[in-house]
Design a protein around this ligand. Structure first.
Ligand SMILES: NC(=O)c1ccc[n+]([C@@H]2O[C@H](COP(=O)([O-])OP(=O)(O)OC[C@H]3O[C@@H](n4cnc5c(N)ncnc54)[C@H](O)[C@@H]3O)[C@@H](O)[C@H]2O)c1
Ligand SMILES: N[C@H](C(=O)O)[C@H](O)COP(=O)(O)O
Length: 350
């Protein structure tokens, strides 16, 4: 069966509708997946310029995901479509629609009607409401899927950068950075590299927090107090985890090429180098969830919305990564039952 990929549309005043449209203009994608867009196709695409040379892109509009057709473009109705959009101008209606699309797709993913979710960009500010107070998809999905923790992981084929602390003010980073949090995030990263990326024995680098990784305590103590003890424990447990590396020289010399992933300690420490190197094709993946969720690595780009200038590459890569991971997790689930766990005490394998 083709993977059923739910797509939340993000803030409709941004470039979400355009990157979705441009991606699915290529009919060959229907050979890889069954796309299920959460929204009303007329509202989604009518206000945006389209390619005049291309065949019109049509979606089968259905009321419930149970009615989607495999190998077709599907759209699930999830809002009252009596509003109009002005590209580049977020409104309360576009924020509400973004929430409704994300909630409906997440519910269907939880119900097993979808195999993965790809989210188009929201405006964090414009998505807030009395019953939706999350700084991003990552935090919402972690709560919604009742995961104890998750990890923001940006990835391309050959570069993976995750971050220990996420959408929090920079001034709060040192206070949040505990051995327990670092160990939890490192564990999620190593498990995800094995489970989702198929790397049997991952090599992972952890960055320092302070300039020059603290210069032996002269410029800060988090490296000695937090990072080094966690790394020593992981190494004793047989993991290939190294650091703390001074972040500037690490990226400046492309040292990341020696590792399967880099764990940065705060959002911009990891995301600035990642986006400098790979903005066009980067994918944002939420590791540690029981479900698969990817996203392009860019935002709503209001400044170019409605101008047919948006590059759909990152969204398309997010779709490919979601499809690959569905296959990867299915394959693992089939192999795992063949590997027996420890025999029960006094018992034996059947
Ligand atoms: N996954 C997400 O939901 C997500 C990710 C990042 C930012 N955001 C949100 O998006 C909003 C705008 O954020 P921002 O301005 O920091 O970042 P942005 O990624 O929207 O824009 C940064 C720059 O990149 C350009 N750009 C972005 N995507 C592009 C594309 N596909 N093709 C061509 N150019 C592109 C923009 O025009 C802008 O110049 C904020 O509210 C932010 O929170 C959401
Ligand atoms: N931190 C992400 C980035 O800059 O690409 C982005 O804000 C999206 O975060 P969520 O996936 O949590 O919405």
């Amino acid at each position: 069966m083709l993977p059923r990929i739910g797509i939340s549309v993000g803030d409709l005043a941004g470039i979400g509708p355009e990157i979705i449209y441009k991606t699915f203009l290529d009919q060959r994608l229907l050979k890889f997946c069954t796309p299920v867009v959460y929204g009303t196709a007329t509202v989604l695409f009518d206000e945006f310029p389209v390619d005049p040379q291309a065949e019109p892109l049509t979606f089968r509009q259905v009321r419930e995901a149970a009615d989607i057709a495999p190998g077709k473009h599907n759209a699930v109705t999830c809002w009252d479509d009596d509003f109009h959009l002005t590209p580049g101008q977020p409104t309360q209606a576009s924020g509400t629609a973004a929430r409704q699309s994300l909630l409906a797709a997440s519910r269907d993913l939880k119900a097993g009607l979808l195999d993965a979710l790809v989210t188009a960009p929201i405006s964090k500010e414009n998505t807030q409401s009395d019953d939706f107070r999350y700084p991003g998809h990552t935090e919402f999905l972690t709560t919604f899927f009742e995961a104890p923790e998750s990890l923001m992981l940006l990835a391309t084929e050959d570069l993976r950068v995750a971050t220990v602390t996420g959408h929090i003010p920079l001034k709060d980073v040192p206070g949040r950075l505990t051995q327990e949090l670092l160990a939890t995030k490192l564990r999620i990263l190593i498990n995800s590299l094995k489970q989702d990326f198929g790397i049997e024995k991952p090599r992972v680098a952890v960055l320092g927090l302070n300039p020059h990784a603290g210069e032996n305590g002269l410029l800060g103590s988090e490296e000695a107090d937090v990072v080094t003890p966690v790394l020593q424990q992981f190494q004793q447990d047989g993991h290939l985890a190294y650091g703390p590396f001074p972040a500037d020289g690490y990226f400046g010399t492309r040292q990341f090429r020696q590792f399967d992933a880099t764990l940065s300690l705060y959002h911009d420490q990891g995301l600035i180098p990642f986006k400098t190197i790979a903005f066009e094709r980067g994918v944002n993946f939420t590791a540690g969830l029981p479900v698969i969720r990817t996203s392009p690595d860019h935002g709503t780009a209001y400044g170019i919305a409605g101008q047919y200038k948006a590059d759909p590459t990152s969204f398309r890569e997010a779709l490919y990564m979601a499809c690959d991971m569905v296959k990867q997790r299915k394959a693992l689930a089939e192999i795992k039952p063949l590997i027996p766990g420890p025999a029960p005490r006094g018992g034996r394998y059947e």
